[in-house]
Structure formats: structure tokens, C-alpha cells
Ligand binder design. Structure first.
Ligand code: DWN
Length: 393
């Protein structure tokens, strides 16, 4: 039985950065999250149609941060060294930040957002501009043969039909092939009260407990779990087909499951407790921002993230509290944030001496931002975060 534990209210499409003309017919849906007591999977209670989220105007560029560029280069090199694959498929190739580490004849990309697929095509990589399913898996093996490695970052948790996802992976992967995918860790999310990881695109937030069960039903077995610092804590899952006996199961699998069981992630109480902390986080953030505003301080937000859309809409934060948002992504600049309608401008324009406080919408790049913004910090500028609890840094 699926039990709802978190209600984040009416929310927009997080990728729908708006112009003034779009304001009148903005799409909103009810964002609430549930825990399936049987499968232990955490998912949205209401799913948004994929075509509404992943289309030809997709804004997020994975290569916008040095942290992610480094992370993708590192895993690409590690895959080459460890597995020496002849053929690799990446599902959700975004702007090519991962595939660019491979030769053009070694890798095939799949990316449903037309504008992004065009970018990797222009770079010379074979790119299929489709959603992942069994049909496209069959087409890919017809054109390229079976894959030795399938890699996917921050994509599989975006897909509602997980049975279909793994069925298609079974088709495309060699019997001795390896599936490697990484998505935000539910364990880290719960511990950090980073409820902003819940938004339209994140159909599911994975625990290793739930994944083990889902994968085994599709003839896959997890053989290694790596805990990553990226995106506020992610898990990189390595899985093989159950029929492949040559790969040993690493102790990290049981260790991660035990860690999650110790945190009682197989029980409803962990989620109910989390929901209480989310309420406190909301109250604390509103009260901090309101207090600072009363003192006449100028507060902006740093990074027009999809995550911060959840926060601003759940906490009902608008231009009354946040003057504007700065973001390095050119196609977000000049737009308004979804739902909260806060203007987004470039850091060159907005991150200047007039700013007293900057809320870290991109809190997951904390280290990168702190290293970069020494001038702001040295002149007394302050960052605000809500992770793991609301505070001025
Ligand atoms: O899964 C997803 C993740 C990986 O990326 C997607 N569904 C959508 C997107 O989510 P997000 O927007 O929450 O991701 P990021 O990577 O946290 O976004 C960071 C944003 O902040 C980017 O727009 C770039 C911007 N930024 C900036 O303005 N200055 C980032 C850094 C590091 C900076 O210094």
C-alpha cells in the first residue's frame, strides 16, 4: 500500500522558465510524495506527462559546473579502465558532458530533449532523440549491436515506468554487460532534509533497498554501490545480469542496505519524521528571510535550480523576499522562475556589492561556490542554506 507522507502543495513544471507572456496559463500540479510499504519505493503520488517536462526547450546543462564536469570525466575514465568496453550507451546524455570523453565510434547517446540531442549530434555523436523504452532498445541493437556498458546519470529516477526501464535495459545490454547509473540518494535526502529533491522530474527517489528488489525482478543484480558527493549525495549503482557469475558482489551493497535499515528507511516512521522536519525547515526559512527583509537587507538566490522551485513554491517565497536569482545558464537568464516568478539574471549583472545575503539554490555546489565567491564573503556578504537545516553560513 502506498502511503502519502509529504505534501508540497501546488507546483509548476520545474523546467518551465517563463516570460511575461507565459504567466496567464502556467501549468500547476499537486506535488505530494508517498512510500510504498511493500516495495519500499518512494515516488510522487501524481506523475507529470514526460513530454511536458522533457522537450525542445530543456534548460538544465550538466556541464555548467566544474564539479559535474570533473565527476563525468572521472567516471568515463574509470569505465574505460575497469571494463574496457567496445560499445557504450548513455541514456540521458544532456549536453554531452559524459560522452565527450569517448571516441565517436565507441558511444551512442539517447536524449529525449530535442535541443540537447541536437548539441551532441553537432558534436558528431550518434544521438537518438527519444524516450527510453523497449522499442528504442530494439532499434539501437539493430543499428549498433548489444552494449557492453549502459551508463545513465540523473535520468532513470525521472522515468515513471521502472519495469519498462529495466526490461529495455535487459534487451540492450550484453549478457556480460554492466549497467551503471547514478541518482540522488534517498538516504542523504532524508538525513539532510533536502526536500527540494522532490519535484516533477523526480518521479522516484531511490533507496538501495528498493532498487535491489526492483532490479532483481528484472533479472539484474546490484554488485557495487558508490556513495557520491554530487547533487547533495548520490548513489552510483553497478548492476549485472543475474545470469553473469563472473562478477563478485562487493560488500558496499550490503553496507548500504544496512545503513538504510539502521535509519529505518523500510518503515513509514522514517518518512513521517522527515515530513515533520520539512515543516520546521519551511517555518525557519520564512522567518529568517522575513526578519532580514525587515532589517532592510537585500536577499537574492544563487542558482535558478529546479530544486529551488520546490522551495519557493512550497514556502510561497516570491519577490517580496528574494529580489532576483542569478544563474550562469544563458537560457535561464531573462526569464522568471516557475511558479514564484522571480526574475533570473546573470551573475555578472546581479551578484554585485548591493547584495547582503544569497540563498543557496545550488547548495549542492557549496564547495565550488565558496571557492569562487571569496570576494563576496570577504566584504561581509553571507550565504543562506536550508541544508541540513536553515542557517546563515
Ligand atoms: O536531475 C536533475 C539535475 C541533475 O539537474 C534535473 N532533473 C535538473 C537539474 O536540477 P537542478 O537545477 O536542481 O540542478 P543543479 O545542477 O543543482 O543546478 C545548478 C544551477 O545553478 C545551474 O543552473 C547552474 C547554476 N550555477 C550557478 O549559477 N553558479 C551553478 C554553479 C556551480 C554556479 O557557480
Amino acid at each position: 500500500m502506498i502511503k502519502k507522507f509529504l505534501d508540497l502543495g501546488r507546483q509548476p513544471i520545474t523546467n518551465a522558465y517563463l516570460t511575461e507572456n507565459d504567466l496567464s496559463d502556467e501549468f500547476l500540479f499537486h506535488l505530494s510524495v508517498g512510500f510504498d510499504e511493500e516495495t519500499k519505493l518512494v515516488s510522487l503520488m501524481e506523475f507529470v506527462k514526460p513530454q511536458m517536462m522533457f522537450n525542445d526547450t530543456y534548460a538544465h546543462r550538466a556541464s555548467m559546473s566544474a564539479t559535474m564536469r570533473e565527476s563525468f570525466t572521472e567516471i568515463a575514465l574509470s569505465i574505460k579502465q575497469q571494463f574496457k568496453p567496445a560499445k557504450v550507451l548513455e541514456i540521458g546524455s544532456n549536453d554531452g558532458v559524459f560522452i565527450k570523453n569517448f571516441n565517436k565510434d565507441e558511444i551512442v547517446a539517447l536524449e529525449p530533449c530535442g535541443n540537447l540531442a541536437e548539441m551532441t549530434k553537432q558534436m558528431g555523436y550518434e544521438t537518438y532523440p527519444y524516450f527510453w523504452n523497449t522499442e528504442i532498445a530494439k532499434k539501437i541493437i539493430k543499428n549498433h549491436g548489444k552494449m557492453d556498458i549502459v551508463y545513465s546519470a540523473n535520468t532513470l529516477c525521472h522515468i515513471e515506468d521502472l519495469k519498462g526501464v529495466f526490461e529495455a535495459l535487459n534487451i540492450v545490454l550484453n549478457d556480460s554487460g554492466v549497467l551503471i547509473f547514478e541518482d540522488p540518494s534517498l538516504y542523504d535526502l532524508l538525513r539532510n532534509t533536502s526536500y527540494d529533491q522532490f519535484y516533477d522530474e523526480h518521479a522516484h527517489l531511490f533507496s538501495v533497498i528498493a532498487l535491489k528488489d526492483i532490479l532483481s525482478k528484472s533479472n539484474f543484480e546490484i554488485f557495487k554501490v558508490e556513495n557520491l558527493a554530487t547533487h547533495g549525495g548520490s548513489n552510483r549503482i553497478y548492476a549485472k545480469k543475474t545470469s553473469t557469475h563472473s562478477i563478485k558482489i562487493d560488500k558496499s551493497v550490503e553496507q548500504n542496505i544496512q545503513k538504510e535499515l539502521d535509519f529505518e528507511m523500510d518503515k513509514m516512521t522514517a518518512y513521517d519524521n522527515f515530513a515533520q522536519r520539512v515543516k520546521t525547515s519551511k517555518d525557519d526559512l520564512i522567518s529568517l528571510l522575513t526578519g532580514l527583509k525587515r532589517q532592510g537587507k537585500k536577499i537574492i538566490s544563487y542558482g535558478a535550480t529546479y530544486k529551488s522551485t520546490t522551495i519557493f513554491n512550497y514556502c510561497r517565497i516570491g519577490t517580496d523576499l528574494i529580489d532576483y536569482i542569478t544563474d550562469t545558464t544563458p537560457n535561464k537568464q531573462g526569464k522568471l522562475s516557475p511558479g514564484s516568478h522571480i526574475p533570473i539574471i546573470s551573475p555578472e549583472e546581479g551578484f554585485n556589492d548591493s547584495v547582503d545575503y544569497a540563498f543557496l539554490g545550488a547548495w549542492n555546489f557549496y564547495k565550488e561556490i565558496m571557492n569562487k565567491e571569496t570576494e563576496f564573503i570577504n566584504r561581509g556578504g553571507k550565504f543562506i542554506t536550508h541544508v541540513p537545516h536553515v542557517k546563515v553560513l
